[in-house]
Write a protein that binds this ligand. Structure first.
Ligand SMILES: [Zn+2]
Ligand SMILES: [Zn+2]
Length: 848
């Protein structure tokens, strides 16, 4: 053993008879006497130092040995400690335990890691420095799908030990950790999928720790193979070896599978046709699609109905069989190149399209070009596009030298009108029989139904329209503690939410609650969410609308627990406040624009300016009331809203108006009577209904298949016209009547209606009318916000409600308010429509 410290000679110092050298000792430079050495060292030679003298000339190997000896002595002196890390967040099913294992191994720590009902528990033992470093990496280097919400540490007595182990999951404690959402196939897996030398070449169920099914296959917690529908498949030796190898990228990947041991594909034809399997099944499916067939394809969260999107006959046939009316279909394309032939996505939109969540992205259509069949989205200025998110989708388009098939596929949830998506293989065979020519399915069960998410990019951020696959069940962090609560949402686009402490979990999209089967789906979804989160709600909260099925469900399932009801638009605003982390005592100017919601005065509200906190709200202003005659009939026939607004504005119905001509004379007579007497009418301030009225007055659309259709078309026209060579300026202008005393101010749409009628009579193009109308609504929000600020001093505006799905309006509103110095809160994590309302319900219930 060397008695000394090695150093490297940097230079011999001039003078001093060559007896002094500058030596690098562990990064520090020192002057050292080299006079005791037998021969003089040169530059970069190693010497052993003792008491400031170089005592021996040594070689590099000996120097290294001496240095490591020192290092070991140093380590030996450093204190050993044992520390426990309790990690919460999305840390199961995302490769977190393998990550912990590898990190601990690299740092020479001993100990163990395990999944618990609460998250991940790791105990590590080693030098204090290494344990510190482990704690840093736990947060900084976590796997891409993990969301580390909280890490708690506690010191433990040291135990020694020689290795690091992954222990069996313990189910102790309350389940509080959620698994990750389902994630699109990653690049590494895609590469293997098309590599002929890989053993998973063309395997339709290829996954790894960073991608694949999660939420839809989990049957319980903690998340392990046994608690997924993959428990049906016994791993082969090769897969097990990968699963157990900490250095393999499939280490503890629960859905791991290969052609020898995983699920199998099957193509089932109509009666008499023999089923085909695996590669044959895919070949036959692609051929059927190319020939104009319609097939049911089993995906992650349910079955899709699929056909060639460029084939007019096939799309028309699908539309006829599904009795879908004019509702648009989503289209899946194999890659961004094909997408760019149909739409003009921005860089942000391309990122949204190709990211791991992989929603359907709503994009403005190219005005020209071959594109897809007109029957895909009749009359719509938008196209909902998505990219493949499972290996099965990728193979359906074909890879390598596959014969070419369709490169744009209609991909629409397989369900009967209004019912939840079909997930069960038996149900699919019977219920979908009238709709399809064949079934492409597999034997991995779908435990939880989950529709595709729908999203868009608006005003500089993502604007989710339907938060489902790829998003659910990620938890939302809350600004303050709430008691265990269940919120049941509203009747359209229903989602429910559970919360306890600082977290809320919003369910996947359930559907419209006008159907018994959807009400049943709410029951199952809520139960599953309770199982996954461990929240046992002690109170329920619902919309105050007395006729809502969701409210009826809450009362029927209350079992003695209190059911609180909250006002619809207050909940919209509270959702946006919570999403932005506003505290319990904060207040905002809330602008809630939507179709209709039940108001405290019994009217159908929907053009509301509220001064709101979580605990309470006051109505500061609203759109002037017009009569709504027969709820649903007026939603689906915008000309009825046009006639109502004409009536309210005191404009006679004349035959030169397209909206008046669109209304059959008999219906016109009935409406005239209803409006005059108020019989069968509810007053409404719905902004969505005003968009409908303007769409009909401008001769854009008089009948719709679904609620926001006319408004979407108006938005498309406004976008095109505003981007045109002669971009128009200025807009219409609402009247504003300030309220007396405590009364709310009223925004009178009369002047806007008069101006639209005048423009229509002057043959002003519909696009220009659309721009002027959007400008007027955006300006109205600024004027009303100004009015509120002058009365309350509040400078923050929250925007909520389904009307803000309109990107043109959201952008103009946000710009206008920002220019006036307001802080603008807009939906980013949750849909502005009723799909995001459950969070607001929770927050209000927790505050009052
Ligand atoms: Zn992968
Ligand atoms: Zn295998």
């Amino acid at each position: 053993m060397c008695l000394g410290i090695p150093g490297r000679v940097v230079e011999i110092v001039d003078g001093y008879a060559g007896q002094l050298a500058l030596v690098d000792v562990e990064g520090a430079r020192r002057r050292v006497n080299i006079g005791m050495l037998d021969e003089a060292p040169g530059r970069d030679d190693w010497v052993l130092l003792h008491m400031g003298f170089a005592v021996e000339l040594i070689d590099r190997a000996k120097a290294r040995e001496a240095l490591s000896g020192l290092e070991m002595m140093g380590r030996g002196r450093e204190q050993r400690i044992r520390r426990r890390f309790e990690v919460r967040g999305v840390v199961q099913g995302v490769g977190f335990r393998p990550f912990v294992y590898v990190t601990a191994s690299e740092l020479l720590l001993t100990g163990s890691v395990t999944n618990t009902g609460d998250g991940v528990l790791a105990e590590v033992e080693g030098t204090a420095g290494a344990v510190e470093e482990f704690g840093r990496r736990l947060c900084a280097d976590a796997p891409p799908l993990a969301v580390v919400e909280d890490v708690r540490t506690s010191e433990q007595p040291t135990r020694g030990g020689t290795g690091f182990t992954i222990e069996r999951s313990s189910a102790s404690g309350r389940a509080r950790t959620l698994v990750s959402p389902d994630i699109a196939t990653c690049d590494d897996c895609l590469e293997e999928l098309s590599d002929p030398s890989n053993r998973r070449y063309r395997h339709p169920f290829i996954t790894c720790t960073h991608c694949g099914p999660r939420f839809t296959i989990v049957t319980g917690l903690p998340y392990d193979r046994a608690a997924t529908t993959m428990a049906d498949f016994e791993m082969c030796g090769a897969c097990r070896a990968e699963y157990e190898d900490p250095h393999d990228r499939r280490f503890h990947a629960q859905p791991i599978a290969c052609p020898d041991c995983g699920p199998r594909l099957e193509l089932v034809g109509k009666e008499g046709a023999l089923p085909s399997h695996d590669a044959d099944a895919l070949r036959t499916a692609r051929k059927l699609l190319a020939e104009g067939g319609i097939i049911a394809v089993k995906g992650l969260g349910g079955y899709h109905l699929v056909c060639d999107a460029r084939d007019d006959a096939a799309v028309a046939e699908l539309r006829r069989r599904k009795q879908r009316g004019g509702k648009p279909f989503a289209v899946m394309v194999p890659d961004l190149d094909v997408a760019r032939g149909l739409v003009t996505p921005t860089a942000d939109e391309e990122e949204l399209l190709s990211g791991g969540r992989r929603p359907i992205v709503l994009l403005p259509r190219l005005a020209t070009g071959a594109g897809v069949s007109d029957a895909v989205a009749p009359g719509s200025p938008h196209l909902g596009l998505l990219l493949p998110y499972t290996p099965l989708h990728v193979l359906l388009f074909g890879i390598g030298d596959d014969p070419p098939g369709p490169d744009a596929l209609v991909m629409t949830s397989a369900n009967l009108s209004g019912e939840p998506i079909v997930t069960d293989d038996g149900d699919a065979l019977t219920a979908l029989a009238p709709l399809v020519d064949a079934w492409l399915r597999h034997d991995r069960r779908i435990h939880v139904p989950c529709d595709d998410s729908v999203s868009r990019w608006a005003a500089g951020a993502e604007l989710p329209l339907r938060r489902s696959r790829g998003y659910a069940p990620l938890p939302l962090a809350l600004p303050f503690d709430v008691p265990p609560t269940l919120a049941v949402g509203a009747d359209l686009k229903n989602t429910c939410a559970l919360a306890e402490g600082r977290y809320a979990w919003l369910s996947q999209h359930i559907g419209d609650m006008d159907d018994l089967s959807t009400v049943g789906a709410l029951t199952r979804t809520e139960k599953h969410l309770e199982d996954l989160t461990g929240v046992a709600p002690t109170r329920l909260v619902a919309d105050r609308h007395p006729g809502y099925h969701s409210g009826g469900w809450a009362r029927a399932h209350a079992a003695g627990r209190p059911v609180r009801t909250v006002q619809h638009h207050h909940a919209h605003i509270a959702s946006v406040m919570a999403e932005h982390g506003l505290g319990a005592d904060e207040r905002v100017i809330g602008i809630a624009f939507d179709g209709t919601g039940h108001g405290t005065d019994g009217a159908a509200w929907g053009g509301e300016v509220l001064v709101a906190g979580y605990a309470s709200f006051g109505r500061a202003a609203h759109l002037g009331y017009v009569p709504l005659a027969g709820g649903d009939a007026s939603v689906l026939r915008p000309y009825r809203m046009a006639l109502a607004h004409l009536h309210a504005a005191g404009i006679p119905w004349a035959d030169d108006m397209p909206a008046v001509r669109a209304c059959p004379p008999a219906e016109r007579d009935v409406l005239a009577h209803q409006f005059a007497t108020g019989f069968g009418c509810v007053p409404t301030s719905g902004m969505g209904r005003l968009f409908d009225a303007v769409a009909s007055l401008a001769d854009v659309r008089h009948m719709v298949a679904y609620e926001a259709e006319a408004a979407m078309e108006l938005e498309g026209l406004a976008r095109t016209a505003a981007a045109g060579p002669a971009a128009p300026e200025g807009g219409y202008r609402f009247g504003i009547r300030p309220g007396k005393g405590e009364e709310p101010a009223v925004a009178d749409p009369g002047p806007v209606i008069r101006a639209v009628v005048s423009d229509v009579r002057d043959c002003v193009p519909a696009g220009l009318i659309a721009v002027r109308f959007h400008t007027a609504v955006a300006a109205l929000t600024t004027r009303l916000a100004d009015l509120c600020r002058s009365r309350t001093g509040l400078g923050t505006v929250a925007l909520g409600g389904g009307v803000f799905q309109n990107a043109v309006l959201l952008e103009a509103t946000q710009r206008g308010l920002t220019e006036r110095g307001f802080t603008v809160l807009r939906p980013r994590l949750l849909p502005p429509n009723d799909g995001g309302i459950a969070l607001g319900q929770l927050m209000i219930a927790a505050s009052g």
